[in-house]
Design a protein around this ligand. Structure first.
Ligand SMILES: [Zn+2]
Length: 155
């Protein structure tokens, strides 16, 4: 993936906008965009509460939208930007969609499957391997989560 740091931060800011949408629905604020040739082809945010769908994580919504706009299940030459490390399900879906590059903001020590609990995206036993980069706008991506859980504890 040949995006400059500035470009990566700009795409991660778009993923953060999606996280803000989740926040408006009092939802764990995680957002995602999928980029191809410098253009966003899919956006998604966590919508478990809004849609009452157990699997509607940000990455799943963004993959569904990108599949629709590409009219293809294969998302070759794409980069997925997500604010928080993908979970087991989403890491599996990233492989199924053949997405070659993933950039995430902050780690998820409890549920992360892209380096924390598991490392599904780079597991050599699986036939699809992904280039993973972390730490883009990390403090913003982690901060919105920390604020959400802090406020929720107060309620
Ligand atoms: Zn997930």
């Amino acid at each position: 993936m040949d995006y400059t740091l500035e470009e990566k931060e700009a795409f991660m800011r778009e993923a953060l906008k999606e996280a803000e949408i989740a926040l408006e629905h009092d939802e764990i604020p995680i957002g995602c965009v999928i980029v191809k040739d410098g253009k966003i082809i899919g956006r998604g945010h966590n919508a478990r509460e809004e849609l009452q769908r157990a699997v509607m994580h940000a990455e799943i919504m963004a993959i569904e939208n990108a599949n629709l706009s590409e009219e293809s299940w294969r998302l070759l030459d794409c980069t997925l930007f997500v604010t928080i490390e993908p979970c087991v399900m989403c890491s599996g879906a990233i492989g199924l969609a053949r997405i070659p590059n993933v950039v995430y903001g902050a780690k998820n020590q409890k549920f992360g499957a892209a380096g924390s609990l598991y490392d599904i995206l780079t597991d050599e036993r699986l036939n699809h391997r992904v280039d993973v980069e972390t730490g883009i706008l990390e403090s913003d991506c982690a901060g919105i989560m920390q604020d959400f859980f802090r406020n929720r504890r107060k309620k």
